[in-house]
Design a protein around this ligand. Sequence first.
Ligand SMILES: [Fe+2]
Length: 156
Amino acid sequence: MNTSIGISETNKLAVTKSLSKLLADEFVLYTKTRNAHWNIEGPDFHSMHLFFEAQYEALDDIMDGVAERIRMLGHYSPATLQAFLQLTHLSEKTGGDNTSAGFIKELVGDHESIIIFIRENINPFASEYGDAGTSDYITGLMEQHEKMAWMLRAHL
Ligand SMILES: [Fe+2]
């Protein structure tokens, strides 16, 4: 059924394309955070194992929200690993060691990259595409990533 919410098809499609890239980034970051949870080694194993678990759970909720936002705009969400790898800005490379510092540096960089991407889209979503709802939604997401990035950074 057609989605008539006062935003043109062209504009809904433009917003959806950016949200699809964001979803792919969230999925890759979710997987990288799972990697940290599973493969972390060192004297701080237990606390960091639990910390990374809390972070991937938060990312799981974020992914769900982004995908459902795409559906609210009348489009289908990308939902295959292949699509996510084609759409993402992030690299799967985790590099070097399995210490908390190694994982944290990688994850902070990814959160910051997502924060920058979201920030660049907040104004265009509202002013160019007339989608105040999604603009507001991603503003909240950006704040969540800023908090998660701070929590990661504070361990270093
Ligand atoms: Fe686990």
